[in-house]
Design a protein around this ligand. Structure first.
Ligand code: ZN
Length: 150
């Protein structure tokens, strides 16, 4: 019914994807109970019809670690990310990366944490040092501003 895929090769994690906002809290509690160490929520990317309010629902939950590809995240949401210590993702994935510049700018303003993620779906998606640098430079960031994971 719901689509989970792992987002990290280093820890057991889930990406909660296209879960209705009113069921988000319950789902997050469930995956934590099942042992998920890392909880990622599939944010309001520009390239998929993610339910409006998903970013906010994720950022309001203290068990969420990462809001992936948050699209045109608002300043208020970036403040929530800072308050709750949620990382906002700079994505290397085709399509999701369209709003990286916006995410970088608004996160810097709010002081929210950023991370770079490959959103790995196939072996060819592993980030090289060079491509990682290009993605960050394209978003107007440098390596020091971003915690880098795959
Ligand atoms: Zn995603």
């Amino acid at each position: 019914m719901f689509d989970f895929h792992t987002h990290s090769i280093f820890r057991d994690g889930v990406e909660i994807t296209h879960v209705p906002t009113e069921k988000m809290w319950k789902m997050i509690t469930k995956v934590k109970d099942l042992g998920a160490e890392l909880v990622v929520v599939h944010g309001e990317t520009l390239v998929e019809p993610v339910e409006s309010g998903t970013n906010k629902a994720a950022l309001n939950n203290p068990q969420v670690d990462i809001l992936a590809h948050p699209g045109l995240i608002s300043a208020e949401e970036a403040e929530l990310a800072k308050e709750n210590g949620v990382y906002l993702e700079i994505s290397a994935r085709h399509g999701h990366y369209l709003s990286n510049g916006h995410v970088a700018r608004i996160s810097r303003k709010a002081g929210a944490k950023l991370l770079l993620n490959s959103d790995l779906h196939a072996p060819g998606d592993f980030l090289t040092e060079e491509f990682a640098h290009s993605i960050l430079a394209g978003a107007g960031l440098d390596h020091e501003e971003v915690k880098r994971i795959r």
